[in-house]
Design a protein around this ligand. Structure first.
Ligand code: 5AD
Ligand code: SF4
Length: 434
């Protein structure tokens, strides 16, 4: 039986990667992707449990989608990903019309469901040995950049975070498999690879660690630019910077290093395993070796016990580091985590107030970063025609900032030198120099 399917994705890049891989896998087995939900006989919602807000959105969407079953009796609807793993069978009570609840890393089960080989109505627990299926995420014609998963799961157990519970223990993919996959996507026109994992710095397969893998990727012919997300400050080693120094044109000094808080006490309660001083020492070392680094971060406000002084320490640290971009979150209690048991003493209104302050400062820092690039020459990768800016090509600078240049001034997929002429918070404008 061949089916017409649609996947709705919430959450992080790993979820987007999984959805894209699942889609490619189903297509390789003869099933057909449909854009319109009305045409589908299988709808899968891939979900995120990292914050309550994300959970509410996905559950709300599912509740509205199941109404379609009244019109189409053959329609199967299910949930996969982190909410599915976290809540399991309970989801059949919350949404009785659901056909399946499939935990994390169980992509092959969805194919069995599509093929009618699986009894619906049961919860399929995570497959925490899962290393991926032999099918690359779909590459569309003209696409120049893609993610490649190198490791899954997380062993860090930050006290606020649900990821280690829903995605299981850290496991790294064999380096040979990663390198083959990259060679294949490069053959399909890809120029930029983003290595993906919950904590790429702890990648290890036999005797290949993350810096060694990074170097192997840099040596693949046709790979022109390499990025990696996400890092953990406690695992970010000098060896990574050594590799960057060897391949300066291929691996730009752009690092996402989640700080979470600038307070020593809060970092300790979060089980982050670094102090503010250690974080600053790491940043100083990065700037010393790569003065033009773009360092972005994640901040959580309102963690249990966060005093005004702790919060001020976070703002001060943000200024001291001069982040190029800041993702700010309001602490959200996650069932089953260590922090769930702490005394939740920061009132919601205060969390919102602090969140707004972090967002405001983050925008100011991002503005400064962009403005400092005006007048410089940046080697940008031309990605595609801009959807929002007619007549412009959308490119990416080494720092990750979007750069707009005139259409027809370069080819998609080229890396070209561009003089930056104007800047907004997240977007730069420039002209090709000859
Ligand atoms: N509440 C708020 N933010 C969270 N994050 C992870 N768990 C929580 C939570 N319980 C944030 C962290 C992490 C990012 C991906 O999401 O900042 O780095
Ligand atoms: Fe969650 Fe911490 Fe692991 Fe990141 S490192 S996924 S925040 S437990």
């Amino acid at each position: 039986m061949k089916c017409r399917f649609h996947i709705i994705t919430y959450g992080c890049q790993m979820n987007r990667y999984d959805s894209s891989t699942l889609s490619e896998y189903l297509i390789s087995r003869g099933h057909r992707w449909v854009d319109n939900l009305d045409d589908a006989d299988l709808i899968v919602v891939n979900t995120c449990a990292v914050r309550q807000h994300a959970e509410n959105r996905a559950i709300g969407r599912l509740k509205s989608i199941v109404a379609r079953k009244k019109k189409n009796h053959n329609l199967k609807i299910g949930i996969m990903g982190c909410i599915a793993q976290q809540n399991g069978e309970k989801l059949f009570e919350i949404i009785p019309q659901l056909d399946f609840v499939v935990g994390t890393d169980q992509l092959p089960v969805i194919a069995q469901i599509a093929e009618g080989k699986f009894r619906c109505g049961t919860f399929v627990n995570a497959n925490t040995d899962f290393m991926g299926i032999d099918s690359i995420p779909s590459i569309t014609p003209g696409q120049v950049s893609t993610f490649i998963t190198i490791m899954r799961g997380c062993d860090n157990f930050c006290s606020y975070c649900v990821v280690p519970y829903v995605r299981g223990r850290e496991r790294s993919l064999p380096d040979e498999k990663i390198l083959d996959e990259i060679a294949r996507v490069v053959d399909n026109g890809i120029k930029e690879i983003t290595l993906l994992g919950q904590n790429v710095n702890s990648y290890r397969y036999e005797n290949v660690d993350f810096p060694a893998l990074l170097e192997k990727v840099a040596q693949i012919p046709g790979v022109e630019r390499i990025r990696f997300v996400t890092n953990h400050p406690k695992d970010f080693s000098d060896k990574i910077l050594d590799v960057l120094e060897k391949y300066p044109r291929k691996i730009p000094p752009a690092f996402h290093l989640p700080l979470q808080s600038g307070s020593a006490d809060i970092l300790s309660a979060m089980n982050r395993k670094y102090s503010p001083d250690e974080y600053i020492a790491l940043i100083e070392n990065i700037y010393r070796r790569f003065p033009h680094s773009a360092i972005s971060t994640d901040i959580i406000v309102g963690f249990p016990g966060e005093s005004e002084q702790d919060f001020q320490a976070t703002l001060n640290m943000m200024k001291a580091v001069n982040f190029s971009g800041v993702f700010a979150f309001r602490y959200s209690i996650r069932p089953g985590t260590a922090a769930e048991k702490l005394h939740h003493d920061v009132p919601e209104e205060l969390k919102i107030q602090r969140l707004n302050q972090v967002i405001r400062l983050g925008i100011q820092l991002a503005n400064n970063f962009s403005e400092n690039l005006v007048g410089t020459i940046q080697d940008v990768l031309v990605e595609r025609v801009s959807y929002k800016n007619p007549g412009k090509l959308r490119c990416t600078a080494p720092s990750g900032r979007t750069v707009l240049i005139d259409e027809n001034s370069a080819e998609i997929g080229q890396i070209v030198p561009v003089k930056i002429t104007a800047a907004k918070t997240w977007v730069l404008w420039g002209k090709i120099i000859s």
